[in-house]
Ligand binder design. Structure first.
Ligand code: PDD
Length: 289
């Protein structure tokens, strides 16, 4: 866990870092967040995360209470003070604290929190061996493209997965078609029997994953065709490969969906190729080849 946490301009011992009880993030989920991977003490793809952060804030009519450059310096300082070599930086910006009222107060100042914690790079054991996932209904609000801290449906879905011994829950749009939108904290991909790499198209229904978007670029520039189109639970279960992507786990092969073995039940060659492309990119972009 973080030893030193940033709260509104102060670097505090983690056990002394607090939000006000009337912070709107706790009462209304009125805030946004980002998670950025750290390798060799450097941030992976920070500009893409800042761009998405600004978009999330803008969609909620909030402001970043400092310039992106100052934010970047603060995050780097949290990394330095925590002596973080490999792990994750968590950044949360809430609307701020004010007497509880659904109506957004005019004069309110955003609350900024930055924490850092150690974790294994490149997704750890699951990324090497592959993981099982479950599917469950997507019961989130209609704007999960905004990276808001309103994550209760995601928490319940992931917890359901954990209770069933699975690593992740893939969220399925209600309706006859059973379209897989994304995971509770990841984007979702399949490789069809004809070798097409498929992931759900961007839009309001899902988060525009930084890892996802980087992988689309890397794959295409390395001759791997990627189709951004919806796919169903049945297509996923009968795919030759499946995988998920996120900042915290990079590329993780999925070898079992709801108890159905995917392909031959082992990490597939296309997934492994994409995983290598992304891991190499992350190392390279952090200055360590
Ligand atoms: N989760 N979809 C959802 C719902 C997510 O929460 C995440 C990220 C992603 C993948 O996005 P990215 O590649 O930008 O991390 C997709 C983060 C890691 C989290 O909540 O911890």
């Amino acid at each position: 866990m973080s030893q030193i946490t940033y709260v509104n301009g102060k670097y505090l011992p983690h056990n002394k870092a607090f939000l006000h009880v009337e912070d709107r993030s706790t009462q209304f989920s009125d805030g946004v967040y980002e998670v950025i991977a750290v390798i060799s003490g450097n941030l992976v793809d920070p500009q893409m995360h800042y761009r998405r952060l600004i978009r999330s804030l803008t969609e909620l009519e909030m402001n970043l209470p400092m310039s992106v450059n100052v934010l970047h310096l603060n995050i780097k300082e949290v990394i330095r003070r925590n002596q973080l070599n490999s792990g994750l930086c968590y950044l949360q910006i809430s609307r701020g604290s004010a007497p509880r009222n659904h109506v957004i107060p005019n004069l309110i100042k955003e609350t900024v929190v930055i924490t850092a914690r150690h974790s294994e790079p490149n997704g750890g054991k699951g990324a090497k061996q592959g993981v099982s996932i479950i599917t469950t209904e997507d019961i989130r609000w209609k704007r999960p493209d905004i990276k808001s801290v309103s994550l209760l449906p995601n928490v319940l879905a992931k917890n359901q997965a954990a209770q069933r011994g699975a690593f992740e829950a893939w969220l399925v749009e209600s309706g006859e078609e059973e379209i897989i939108i994304e995971g509770s904290s990841s984007n979702t991909w399949i490789v069809s029997q004809s070798g097409q790499v498929i992931t759900h198209p961007e839009g309001v229904k899902m988060l525009s994953g930084v890892t996802r978007n980087r992988i689309i670029d890397l794959a295409r520039s390395n001759g791997i065709e990627v189709l951004e189109k919806p796919f169903t639970v049945t297509q996923a279960k009968t795919a030759s490969e499946a995988f998920m992507t996120s900042t915290s786990s990079f590329v993780v092969p999925v070898i079992d969906i709801d108890g159905h073995k995917i392909g031959n039940g082992k990490c597939g060659p296309v997934t492994i190729a994409i995983q290598k492309l992304y891991n190499d990119f992350a190392q390279r972009s952090c200055g360590e080849v």
